[in-house]
Design a protein around this ligand. Structure first.
Ligand code: G3P
Ligand code: MG
Length: 375
């Protein structure tokens, strides 16, 4: 059970939102339609900020309710969710999060680690690609929903030839998720690591086979510098650690990347060149800003963009480093990876808060008190 003795944030001389009589909050919802762009917008991390494993963090619902208009400034404040998680479709996940968090999270305000891969779908539409991560063939279907047409999994490879990795007996359920292909005649152009791989050994073996042969599983190994069309390798989440409901942080997709690179280096003496997406990368923060920009234009008119962006995260290495790099405001909460007992965070946030509610209250007060014209 997470700590509940968090001291509520009460700005000087102003009644705390929690003490407002209900009917006044009704009032807020009706004024929201005035369509005046608020001075700020939020970008929320998910794991360690809003949820931990299957559990919704206590203050998460209250914080999002505030952005729906339940605040002293009677305005709705746009926000998006930006997670390094994934492994399922955006629609499915935003629906289940809406249910959990008690507010409507539209797919347009929900970005997961691999959502940005929609941008590459055209280039690879007709190219055979390999996708890693997630349960069985779920990420294949996600990739197909983005527009990739020839999508394979490592279970497809194992079903094609079990001796690719003799130490895993494919299960009936796994076999049922596979697609038939002859990988001797199917040159893979790129490997996309969508989500945390479930079978690291099979996946490391298969990716090594592909990058050492230039795309043919079981093909002869060709030194990279002699390959005409090296396989492109794209990772979507660099997190070494993340916070679930287990007492200590868990290793993430970033650890899988290091495992692969360690084996590849042992085999070739080098690290394999790759593209990295996910927080803290610039590409992912630009994508998030684009997404919020579209929401602002839709809600408040063509030229409108968010004035002040606030990233609320639990991981200094991803959430805070990325926000600082993008010159956003950043709030580090203590409900996830970051543990104040371990000393100051590796990347200094604009502010440290006990939880997401305290972060939201602080940022709203800060921007509205700076911008009296907004209320
Ligand atoms: O696998 C997800 C994890 O790496 C972190 O997710 O929501 O904290 O960015 P999140
Ligand atoms: Mg997190």
């Amino acid at each position: 059970m997470l700590p509940t003795n968090i001291r509520p944030f009460v700005p000087r001389g102003r009644p705390s939102i929690r003490s407002l009589p209900q009917n006044r909050s009704q009032l807020f919802r009706t004024d929201a339609s005035k369509r005046k762009a608020p001075p700020l917008a939020f970008v929320f991390d998910i794991d360690g900020v809003l949820i931990r494993g299957p559990h919704v963090l206590p203050e998460a619902k209250k914080a999002l309710k505030m952005l729906e208009g339940d605040n002293p400034f009677r305005t709705t404040i746009p926000y998006i969710l930006l997670t390094n998680g994934g492994g399922v479709g955006e629609e499915e996940r935003s629906k289940s999060l809406s249910h959990k968090l008690g507010v409507h999270i539209d797919t347009s305000q929900y970005l997961q680690a691999h959502t940005i891969l929609k941008k590459h779908a055209q280039r690879f539409a007709d190219e055979p690609i390999l996708v890693l991560g997630g349960k069985r063939d779920v990420v294949r279907r996600v990739a197909e929903s983005y527009g990739y047409k020839r999508v394979y999994t490592t279970l497809d490879v194992l079903a094609w030839n079990p001796s690719v990795w003799p130490f895993h007996q494919i299960t009936e359920a796994e076999k049922a998720s596979t697609k038939t292909a002859d990988f001797e005649k199917t040159p893979i152009s790129a490997v996309f690591v969508f989500h945390d791989p479930r079978n690291w050994a099979l996946d490391v073996q298969t990716v090594c086979d592909l990058v050492q042969s230039g795309g043919i599983v079981g093909g002869p190994w060709v030194p990279l510098e002699k390959q005409t069309k090296p396989v492109e390798l794209i990772f979507c989440n660099p997190d070494l650690l993340w916070r679930s409901d287990f007492p200590t942080p868990r290793i993430g997709q970033g650890a899988f990347k290091e495992a692969f690179q360690a084996v590849y280096k042992a085999l070739t003496g080098n690290r394999y060149p790759h593209v990295q997406y996910g927080k803290p990368t610039e590409a992912t923060y630009n994508f998030a800003k684009e997404t919020l920009g579209a929401i602002f234009r839709e809600r408040y008119g063509a030229s409108s963009t968010p004035e002040h962006l606030y990233m609320v995260g639990d991981n200094p290495e991803s959430d805070i480093a990325g926000a600082n790099g993008a010159r956003w405001n950043s709030v580090l909460v203590k409900t996830g990876v970051y543990d104040p007992e371990q000393g100051p965070p590796a990347h200094a946030p604009t502010r440290i808060a006990n939880d997401v509610l305290e972060a939201v209250e602080w940022a709203i007060e800060r921007e509205f008190s700076k911008n009296p014209k907004h209320h």
